[in-house]
Design a binder for this molecule. Structure first.
Ligand SMILES: C[S@@+](CC[C@H](N)C(=O)[O-])C[C@H]1O[C@@H](n2cnc3c(N)ncnc32)[C@H](O)[C@@H]1O
Length: 383
């Protein structure tokens, strides 16, 4: 039931369709301040009626500028005010927060979920974005559930994909602590028979947002899953060389801070905190000290997700770039490997994922880890 005392935007959240909102309330939302009848845009009833009738995504800036007194800037303001209303409704209905161990697994689009997180509050982000055109996660789930036999690549344009990523890494920038890090696993993608240099484009997109590029680590998977190099075996001549793909990038970006000292995540830590977080260097002088990490991928039978992080990769990133009790986020968490390892390493954690099956799978595994840690504590107490 609508409560007349509610602000217009709150009313919009309660309604199934913005078309049910009164013209006055709609105007108030367009004004952006929720004040009834205060029509700073000087919209006529005719314009408001038009907006109400055409709200379902089909109204454009071009439609609005046809009205007298509405220029391009005003039209853009109107559309973005209406979209804000839609977004608020979406986030209220669809975001599901599950508390688990020291953290949360949140089901929803990471862009919407991040809007609910405070500025400068997360010390480290680690993620591997959904692959452009490579994996169709919705269909992968349907295949797991036996609803379809095969899943196919999903056709989206590269431009759409760039906007999708830039919007989300911009919002991530807002919530990361100045001096905190954003670690992204990414690789070139195959598109219409051509290899697209996604990681190299991605670095430019991140720098435009404000992220400072810090490290390019190569994750060498040791085992090739493709047989590209076989071409040269069949045609041993120049021009037939296609190396088998065994590597992906792990880029480290940092959010710049005001002073040099603030840029160091160790700067404000006490001596005790540093000692409690001392890194074990017994294996360090091997490959770990260099920017090529040789880590085997997770065998398909060991994880439900088609491309999970190996725990070892997550462990290195978390230990190198955060302290115990710090908050770590994975905005595309999939099977929740980042959350699981954060839990093991005593970090607080947030994982965001759209697909319910992966969310349930992640929660189950973290719960098991929590029970295991509690049992270990109990047996230590009894010794
Ligand atoms: C490359 S996988 C990440 C796998 C993960 N690193 C792991 O260890 O399991 C990318 C994930 O992003 C999810 N995803 C796609 N779009 C999303 C969105 N808008 N918000 C949150 N998650 C999304 C996909 O369902 C997929 O599970």
């Amino acid at each position: 039931m609508l409560n007349e005392k509610q602000k217009p935007r709150e009313k919009l959240l309660e309604l199934n369709s913005p078309k049910q909102l009164s013209a006055n309330d709609l105007m108030a939302i367009i004004l952006g301040n929720g004040t009834k009848d205060k029509n700073v845009f000087d919209l006529s009833k005719e314009i408001v009626e038009y907006i109400r009738e055409n709200l379902n995504g089909i109204m454009t800036v071009d439609d609005l500028v046809k009205f007298r007194g509405i220029g391009k800037a005003k039209a853009l303001q109107i559309i973005s005010a209406l979209e804000l209303g839609q977004r608020l409704r979406w986030s209220k209905d669809k975001i599901r927060v599950h508390k688990v161990g020291n953290g949360e697994i949140i089901q929803g689009d990471c862009l919407e979920v991040m809007k609910t997180i405070a500025d400068d509050s997360v010390i480290l982000a680690l993620t591997s974005p959904p692959y452009h055109n490579a994996i169709n996660y919705e269909d992968h789930i349907k295949k797991l559930e036996g609803k379809i036999k095969y899943w196919e690549r999903k056709e989206i344009s590269y431009d759409f994909y760039r906007t999708f990523l830039v919007d989300r890494f911009k919002e991530l920038y807002r919530i990361i602590v100045p001096g905190g890090h954003n670690v992204v696993n990414i690789a070139p993608v195959g598109w219409n028979g051509v290899r697209v240099a996604l990681p190299f484009h991605f670095v430019g997109w991140m720098e435009e947002i404000g992220w400072r590029f810090k490290e390019d680590i190569i994750w060498e998977k040791e085992v090739a899953r493709d047989r590209r190099s076989g071409v040269l075996m069949q045609h041993p001549f120049p021009g037939y060389y296609y190396p088998s793909l065994v590597a992906e990038y792990v880029f480290v970006f940092q959010k710049p801070a005001g002073t040099k000292n603030e840029s160091n995540i160790f700067h404000f830590r006490t001596k005790e905190e540093k000692h409690a977080n001392k890194i074990n260097l017994s294996n360090y002088q091997g490959e770990m000290s260099k920017n090529v990490w040789k880590i085997a991928p997770v065998a398909p039978q060991l994880n439900l997700h088609p491309c999970p992080f190996p725990e070892e990769l997550v462990r290195r990133v978390i230990e190198f770039y955060s302290y115990k009790n710090d908050l770590v986020i994975d905005i595309f968490t999939g099977s929740g490997q980042t959350n699981l390892v954060s839990e093991k390493l005593e970090r607080r954690h947030i994982g965001i994922e759209t697909q319910e099956n992966y969310v349930k799978y992640a929660i189950n595994r973290i719960n098991k880890q929590v029970s295991k840690s509690q049992l270990n504590l109990l047996s230590k107490d009894n010794q």
